[in-house]
Design a protein around this ligand. Structure first.
Ligand SMILES: Cc1cc2nc3c(=O)[nH]c(=O)nc-3n(C[C@H](O)[C@H](O)[C@H](O)COP(=O)(O)OP(=O)(O)OC[C@H]3O[C@@H](n4cnc5c(N)ncnc54)[C@H](O)[C@@H]3O)c2cc1C
Length: 374
């Protein structure tokens, strides 16, 4: 016998959503998460509305979150040429500090068990999993979901392909006081070697989060020099950084962000969220994809645990549905990012979308899903 029906490694958005969904189906669930809640995370904090019906169905009290409603997208190039459009579906602005915490509280109310330790090993033994933590605790389960985010030493233990390749991206995020920023706007501003997003959160703070290529960042080595000498060349970002007051003592940073393709199943572990594949942040859709992938995994795991499918069918169905739902979006995200990071091409593209906001809305639609039907 095993300790839990399901062990979820990583309690970010994907892991917490799967935990709530599966506990609602009366399966016993353990989440192993390395950090306690609440905590800040490097993220643009713009969440596409496509996942709101599903979160409501899971009983996550989104209405109580005080998230701001966002329906306007503003885009600018390095030199400050800009355009804006109405977002087809829109979204909300909410800090990860609050969002993950809200889901955690919902999971606890559903009787999901949490152990706050880092997972070091996941082994598949014939027909069950053995999951070990940094403090030598071992837990067993019938199903294990990998939802540990973009990168972890677990990927090395599993010998995953993407981890063998260099990933030259860095993420930086901080909250600022800047009252004049419009509440309904998400802005995407380009700079040499990267781009940054601005949007308000539920506290009224503006989140500024950017992605920069390591090759452009390493010439300056620290965030304040990079902000001053590279990021501020964009006149919108220059204005923002000149007037806004930082709230965090230091910005949060993450390195080695990989956009390589990944497998959605490794050694019988169902990978969810960024662990299965990360979309380029300019699409503003990674969180919705993480939550949606948790839904797809949970539905298949539920069939398996109720004996209406076997392990092979579970894995085949998850892989197939994952590809069907996300493959095109990831492809589109890769192409849009390379376009945005090429100065000449991004100027040309911006000229095209300035004359045709409908084209911009079409591009946004290509990287987003429809509202999730529950
Ligand atoms: C710069 C940047 C900006 C972005 N902006 C946006 C945006 O505006 N909108 C949007 O929708 N998406 C955005 N994204 C993408 C979004 O942040 C991710 O897609 C989303 O966080 C994925 O959620 P997740 O649950 O898969 O992973 P995470 O939220 O990263 O959760 C993984 C969890 O696993 C835990 N963990 C890791 N290793 C272990 C271990 N060994 N043992 C136990 N626990 C472990 C971590 O502590 C973490 O809590 C952005 C990404 C970047 C890099």
């Amino acid at each position: 016998m095993y300790d839990y029906d399901v062990i979820i490694v990583g309690g970010g958005l994907a892991g917490l959503t799967a935990a709530i969904h599966l506990s609602q189906e009366k399966h016993s669930v353990l989440v192993l998460e390395k950090k306690t809640y609440p905590h800040h995370k490097v993220c643009g904090e713009y969440v596409s509305n496509e996942i709101i019906p599903y979160l409501n169905a899971l009983g996550v009290p989104m209405d109580s979150s005080k998230a701001v409603q966002i329906d306007n997208l503003t885009l600018s190039t390095v030199s400050g040429k800009w355009t804006q459009t109405q977002l087809p579906l829109g979204g909300i602005g909410i800090s990860r500090y609050s969002f993950d915490h809200l889901l955690h509280q919902r999971a606890v109310a559903n009787d999901v068990k949490f152990v706050f330790e880092s997972v070091t090993e996941i082994e598949f033994k014939a027909d069950f999993f053995e999951v070990s933590t940094e403090n030598d605790q071992t837990f067993t389960s019938k199903v294990t979901i990998g939802a540990y985010g973009k990168r972890s030493p677990i990927d090395k233990r599993l010998n995953r392909d993407f981890i063998k390749q260099k990933s030259g991206w860095l993420g930086v995020k901080s909250h600022y006081e800047f009252d004049e920023f419009p509440e309904n706007q998400v802005a995407l501003h380009n700079f040499k070697g990267g781009y940054g997003g601005l949007s308000k959160t539920e506290t009224g703070a503006v989140n500024f989060c950017y992605l920069a290529s390591y090759s452009s960042f390493q010439k300056l080595k620290n965030v304040s020099d990079f902000n001053e000498k590279v990021v501020s060349r964009n006149p919108f970002l220059n204005d923002f950084l000149g007037k806004a007051t930082p709230i965090f003592n230091e910005p949060l940073t993450i390195a080695q962000i990989s956009f390589q393709q990944k497998k959605s199943i490794e050694n019988h572990i169902l990978m969810c969220g960024d662990t299965a594949g990360l979309i380029h942040p300019l699409c503003g859709n990674g969180m919705a994809m993480a939550i949606h992938s948790a839904k797809i995994a949970s539905e298949q795991v539920n069939h398996f645990l109720k004996d209406t499918s076997n392990r092979k069918q579970l894995e085949t169905a998850y892989e197939k549905e994952w590809q069907k739902t996300f493959k095109k979006r990831l492809w589109m995200g890769r192409h849009l990012q390379s376009l945005l990071l090429n100065e000449e091409m991004s100027n040309l593209a911006l000229r095209a979308v300035t004359t045709s906001p409908a084209l911009l809305r079409k591009l946004v639609r290509q990287t987003h899903g429809k509202p999730i039907v529950c």
